[in-house]
Design a protein around this ligand. Structure first.
Ligand code: NAD
Length: 483
């Protein structure tokens, strides 16, 4: 029987005030409903904000080390339940079970890392101009923060917002993406079991325009951290900052891999397949442009096509599957439209391009891994985020042209170069406009102990993860103490 889940407000599981619900569907088999969730409205978000506001004083007074201990206990609970969390993730989002296990393990690392941050939430002492004066800074939580997350990393992204927000002493309202709420709910359950006081963390599912927008509008919400598309993120940033709130928006990418004439081509192909095809290309850091030196373009293309031809597409629960479905019918339609656009723009379709509808793909949102050749840097498929297993090959005569093509997009999230020349690698690091820079490694991936985020329209400038993550979730108070 399909389970019905509830919101979590003020420490209690509760249905949406209006009683509305919606179905969370398995994209690998759309006849399966993974769970039924509240389709909440602004009134539910307001109740969650009120509960978070009421819990502020108690949570702040607990102190960062004790808050960190709760995160640490949550990490152990997620570890204990990892297999069922990963399976639920695959069922609702579609990525392979191996990828879902990796993402769940990442959430454990995030909670462990920020548990430690509870004992390091440091300010600074500085010499003062005045005698007998102690001059120092302390970190204060913002208050109530709203966290709005996408479906593509439904455990890692809620975790990498929740952990720094909570350890810094904020109380939280989390609104997960409607396509993948179950995984985020499991994290909320883990934190509740770990002993988080009622109201410190609230969880409300429902449409972004209703629940999310209330979080961005409500004057009690001091900060909003959003990850998702740049269309929604730029609107949220303007709206929150206009009312004096603090906003952090992490958005899309159009991430290139430059393949130079001195690259190890087998490795370059593996890097491009990893970046473009794993997680069905549904990563903000996914590789969507291979910018290839003309001297090796022919050989690179043949090797890439051979690699892509061998990929197994299917249900992520099947251990043989390498590429799962797109998250839903809407995303499938978007990807197929982009493929059609690429054809019409004059790019050469070298592999894939079609919806898959034969078993084991007959009941889901599957598309063939797709490769375009003869891509011009100005084409829409070379400029816009597609968010599917689609890569375009752009041929260039040399390094300077490669850099100029790589930088010639609105986005600046992640970028890679494949080369055996250290001088070129370092020049790439200097000149590339991206917040995440890879040399001889895929554009994807994020270690928890270092900052993550983009430049240009990919981000509003702050960084998540690593020690700087707490900067967004805290205010600095400067203290002059004369004795
Ligand atoms: P989306 O922008 O459609 O939705 C993101 C979240 O915002 C969801 O929870 C949604 O319900 C909510 N939302 C939608 N409209 C809203 C509104 N008017 N007010 C408030 N909230 C609203 O994005 P998505 O399709 O869920 O995710 C895919 C996107 O996320 C891609 O563009 C991808 O690149 C990006 N992404 C970025 C990063 C990063 O760290 N840079 C990481 C993962 C995904």
């Amino acid at each position: 029987m399909t389970e019905t889940y509830q919101n979590f407000i003020g420490g209690k599981w509760t249905a949406a005030a209006a009683g509305e619900t919606y179905a969370d569907i398995n994209p690998a088999d759309t006849t399966e409903t993974v769970g039924v969730f509240p389709s909440s409205g602004p009134e539910d978000a307001r109740a969650a904000v009120a509960a978070a506001a009421a819990a502020r004083a108690e949570w702040k007074a607990l102190g960062a080390p004790r808050r960190g201990e709760i995160l640490s206990r949550a990490a152990r609970i997620i570890e204990r339940d990892a297999e069922s969390i990963a399976e639920g993730l695959t069922r609702e989002e579609g990525k392979t079970l191996t990828e879902a296990r990796g993402e769940t393990a990442r959430a454990v690392q995030i909670f462990d890392y920020f548990a430690g941050e509870g004992r390091r939430l440091t300010g600074e002492t500085t010499p003062s101009e005045f005698p007998r004066t102690m001059l120092y800074t302390v970190r204060e939580p913002l208050g109530v923060v709203g966290l709005i997350t996408p479906w593509n990393f439904p455990v890692a992204i809620p975790a990498w917002k929740l952990a720094p927000a909570l350890v810094s002493g904020n109380t939280v309202v989390l609104k997960p993406a409607s396509a993948a709420p179950l995984t985020a709910l499991r994290i909320v359950q883990a934190l509740a079991e770990a002993g988080l006081p009622g109201g410190a963390l609230n969880f409300v599912t429902g449409p972004g325009a209703a629940v999310g927008w209330e979080l961005t509008s409500n004057p009690e919400v001091a900060g909003v951290s959003f990850t998702g598309s740049d269309t929604v993120g730029s609107k949220i940033y303007a709206h929150v900052t206009a009312r004096g709130g603090k906003a952090q928006c992490e958005m899309g990418g159009k991430n290139p891999v430059i393949v130079m004439d001195d690259a190890d081509l087998d490795k370059a192909v593996a890097v491009c397949i990893n970046g473009a095809m794993w997680s069905t290309g549904q990563k903000c850091t996914a590789t969507s442009r291979a910018i290839v030196h003309e001297a090796v373009a022919g050989e690179f293309t043949q090797k890439l096509l051979a690699g892509v031809a061998g990929l197994r597409v299917g249900n992520g629960l099947d251990p043989e599957t390498q590429v799962g479905p797109l998250v839903d019918q809407g995303q499938l339609d978007t990807v197929l439209e982009y493929i059609e656009t690429g054809r019409q723009e004059g790019a050469r379709l070298l592999a894939g391009g079609n919806r898959l509808s034969e078993p084991p793909c007959d009941r889901g949102c599957f598309v063939e891994p797709t490769v375009f050749g003869d891509v011009d840097p100005g084409m829409r498929i070379a400029q816009e985020e597609i968010f599917g297993p689609v890569i375009g090959i752009i041929t260039v005569p040399g390094f300077d042209e490669a850099i100029s093509v790589a930088n010639g997009v609105r986005f600046g999230l992640s970028a890679a170069i494949m080369t055996s020349d250290i001088h070129r690698a370092m020049e790439f690091v200097d000149r590339i406009e991206a917040g995440l820079v890879h040399v001889n490694s895929p554009t994807v991936g994020a270690e928890v102990q270092v900052p993550f985020g983009g430049m240009k329209v990919s981000s509003t400038g702050s960084r998540e993860q690593g020690p700087v993550a707490v900067d967004f979730y805290t205010e600095l108070k400067t203290v002059y103490l004369e004795y």
